[in-house]
Ligand binder design. Structure first.
Ligand SMILES: [Zn+2]
Length: 292
């Protein structure tokens, strides 16, 4: 049985702790689509996807979050972007060979994690975190310690389910402005840490929560769908194209007959021929956005 991707929020009635449970397997498969990433890069993208979904669900406002790992190692960049509607996309850039048993640090080399929070209205916030932990979850927990001081734990599981890439995870966070008892939080962390990949990949959320916390009183809220959605469009490509020097654009046209702009995130191609380009410069983009 496969459930479609959903984010669930829940609350412990007897502790000042909230939780999230997310499954993103379908979205994960779409992120991997059209790419041939090495196994550890696939796994890392799955972890980033789970983490970004869990993070965007902590937003108190409309906006989006980008979680990006970058460094001088064979994996130059891995990035996932998501928003409060749980629309997600992501991409990785591999610049040299990555062995199947590579760790996070071997892949990234000297690098950092950059978390950008961009509210629809208001100022962007960017946090740069050293990659101190062994795993992505540990690095993110360090970020929470630095930025919000709300004790937060992430539980990320990636793997396969029914022969397809699968990814899911959970988050526990002490509620703000309430001095949660540290022992209580540790107790809940220990319970949550026993969650198995198969349970997260295959079972309905209420059943997972029951298995983990059957002695606790938990309120589970209405879920939110998680979907893959790329924000690229013909218009955005046109906007980028028109910022290039005209000679450069003319040269590209001469060389190939048209300009083929490719989106790394979703694999879409946007092709501009000489007529399209001419229309750009007269302020008329000609064709309407083909994606919508
Ligand atoms: Zn795209």
């Amino acid at each position: 049985m496969s459930n479609h991707d959903q984010l669930h929020r829940y609350l412990f009635e007897n502790y000042a702790v909230r939780g999230e449970l997310v499954t993103v397997s379908e979205t994960y498969q779409q992120v991997l689509n059209n790419h041939d990433y090495p196994a550890p890069v696939k796994k890392l993208l799955g972890e980033l996807l789970v983490a970004t979904s869990l993070l965007t669900a902590t937003l108190k406002f409309d906006g989006d979050i980008t979680v990006q790992l970058q460094g001088d190692g064979p994996l130059k960049l891995a990035v996932i972007n998501g928003n409060n509607r749980q629309e997600m996309r992501g991409v990785a850039r591999v610049q040299s060979n990555i062995a199947d048993d590579s760790t996070l640090h071997q892949m990234i080399g000297n690098g950092v994690m950059v978390i950008t929070i961009a509210p629809t209205e208001g100022e962007r916030y960017q946090g740069v975190v050293a990659l101190e932990g062994e795993t992505l979850a540990e690095c993110l927990e360090a970020y929470f310690r630095q930025s919000e001081q709300l004790p937060t734990r992430l539980f990320i599981r990636t793997g396969e389910s029914e022969g397809q890439p699968a990814a899911a995870g959970m988050l526990l966070q002490v509620l703000p402005a309430q001095d949660g008892n540290a022992d209580d939080f540790d107790h809940l962390v220990q319970l949550t840490n026993t969650v198995k990949s198969e349970e997260l990949f295959g079972l309905p959320a209420n059943e997972v929560l029951y298995r983990l916390y059957h002695q606790e009183e938990v309120t589970l809220y209405e879920p939110q769908d998680v979907v893959f959605r790329c924000t690229c469009s013909r218009q955005r490509c046109a906007d980028a194209l028109i910022t290039l020097p005209a000679e450069e654009v003319a040269q590209m046209l001469e060389q190939d007959g048209n300009i083929d702009m490719h989106c790394d995130y979703c694999g879409n191609h946007y092709v501009f021929d000489a007529m399209d380009v001419a229309a750009l410069y007269t302020g008329n983009t000609g064709e309407s956005d083909k994606l919508h």
